[in-house]
Design a protein around this ligand. Structure first.
Ligand code: ADP
Ligand code: ASP
Ligand code: MG
Length: 434
């Protein structure tokens, strides 16, 4: 085409711009429920193909079929009390390998080009900490080549490989992390997370029926909610999103509702004191009694626990008698057995009396950036729990969250009363995008 006068030139530029706009590079992630069976996989394939035919370039991250990872874990745990991390990763990574191939076949059946890859095949390099590996690098050349060849690129979520060629996994819910990290690596315009709810709500809509969908939420708020139990997004994926400012849109794979945009905090967000409530039922409390009260004992205990690779959450120390304190802390239930081994060793070394654990606990938390500038939120939370006869066992706070550990069977009730007390069910959360 020859460009004549100025008008032609601007038309050409407009067309080019339009073309560029149409050619957006998008990373999409479909969770386990979105690919739970053959019909759901076909549904995803149809959505992907429709989007590709609109002109977008797509990198699609897929989780294992719903229930697969749990089933594999269950089998491993019924064979061994302490399965090797390496073998666990060999096993768990198979779930995602199956789903990417099935999705590629479903897209082929619709007449479009698609190619599936495992994490190691596309160069997702991780460290060596099996079952909770960290991504250290992502190669993009294979993805770029496949995109240039007009493929939908399908990548297995949740997995990577070490430099020495071992297969690793990224922790439960890790496909979110694969998607966000890939979006950063390929410089995608947007990372879309497709799931079985319409976005991020003020509380888990399966537990609190009048929970409201949020139009927009800050990285910090969803990071807190996710690490406090809202499994709609994996918390590490949000850390990466925040660090690299990746826009993330959480939405349903079953309809075209607008979804929730995760973005940077803005002034308007502070007007809302509490934006969400989260519940975590996956932690257990460990208590070490009569720890000698002298400098260095806590350091020694937690060093031994850290060396065993155990994540510790809330910690409370209570001075009981002149020369002794009790120390309680929470760990993930799936690390409890290993934690007890480490803590018993530590207790013995520092001369503490005995160790107990309690699996019947739940942690309920309220989160909101507005807490930075509003007072009385903790008092209100404790008061509401007291009025509902829910006893508080442990408390922890940060700038934008307050968490209480309560009796396990009371967790869901605590979540509901908190949601109501802070007016979250009445739809005041309709934050505008700016
Ligand atoms: P996927 O398989 O798509 O990764 P997940 O099961 O990991 O989906 O996450 C989606 C689930 O997260 C929802 O079905 C919902 O029960 C739960 N959830 C917990 N808290 C929230 C929240 N605040 N907003 C939305 N969903 C939540
Ligand atoms: N399949 C993995 C899990 O169930 C990863 C994911 O779904 O994101 O945890
Ligand atoms: Mg998930």
């Amino acid at each position: 085409m020859r460009v004549g006068n100025g008008r032609d030139r601007s038309l050409l530029l407009m067309n080019q711009k339009e073309e560029q706009k149409q050619m957006a590079l998008i990373v999409q992630k479909y969770g386990g429920t979105s690919v739970a069976n053959v019909d759901r996989i076909k549904n995803v394939a149809e959505r992907v193909v429709a989007r590709k035919r609109k002109g977008d370039k797509l990198v699609v991250v897929v989780s294992a079929l719903a229930g697969t990872t749990d089933q594999l874990l269950k089998m491993a745990n019924s064979i061994s009390d302490r399965p090797s991390g390496r073998e666990m990763d060999m096993l768990l990574a198979t779930g995602e390998q199956a789903s990417v191939a099935l999705l590629a076949m479903a897209i082929h059946a619709l007449g479009e080009k698609a190619i599936s890859f495992t994490g190691p095949q596309v160069g997702i390099i991780t460290d060596e900490s099996h079952t909770k590996a960290r991504i250290i690098d992502i190669g993009t050349s294979r993805i770029e080549k496949a995109l240039k060849e007009n493929n939908v690129v399908i990548v297995a979520g949740f997995q990577g490989g070490t430099v020495s060629g071992e297969i690793t996994t990224l922790g439960r819910g890790g496909s979110d992390l694969t998607a966000v990290a890939l979006a950063k690596a390929v410089n995608a315009e947007l990372c879309e997370i497709y799931t079985d709810v319409e976005g991020i709500y003020t509380a888990d809509p399966r537990i609190v029926p009048d929970a409201q969908k949020l139009d927009v939420i800050s990285y910090d708020e969803i990071l807190e909610l996710a690490s406090l139990g809202a499994k709609v997004m994996q918390s590490r994926s949000i850390e990466v999103g925040k660090k690299f400012n990746v826009p993330i849109l959480v939405r349903s794979s079953l309809n075209n509702a607008q979804g929730t945009l995760i973005t940077k905090e803005n002034k308007k967000m502070e007007e809302v004191v509490v934006s969400g409530v989260a519940l975590h039922e996956g932690e257990a409390k460990v208590t070490i009694f009569k720890v000698p009260d002298r400098p260095g004992t806590a350091a020694k205990i937690f060093k031994i626990i850290a060396e065993a690779g155990i994540n510790v959450d809330m910690i409370i120390q209570n001075k009981t008698e002149t020369n002794a304190t009790d120390i309680s802390f929470t760990v993930y239930k799936n690390e409890l057995r290993r934690a007890i081994d480490a803590v018993e060793k530590a207790a013995c070394e520092v001369g503490a009396k005995n160790v107990t654990c309690d699996e019947n606990i739940a942690k309920v938390s309220i989160v909101g950036v507005g807490m930075k500038s509003h007072t009385g939120v903790a008092a209100k939370m404790f008061d509401v729990l007291a009025k509902n006869k829910i006893n508080i066992d442990m408390i922890s706070t940060s700038e934008i969250k307050i968490s209480c550990v309560v009796e396990g069977d009371k967790g869901k009730d605590a979540m509901r009363v908190m949601h109501e007390a802070f007016g979250l069910g009445q739809g005041p959360k309709k934050r505008k995008k700016k």
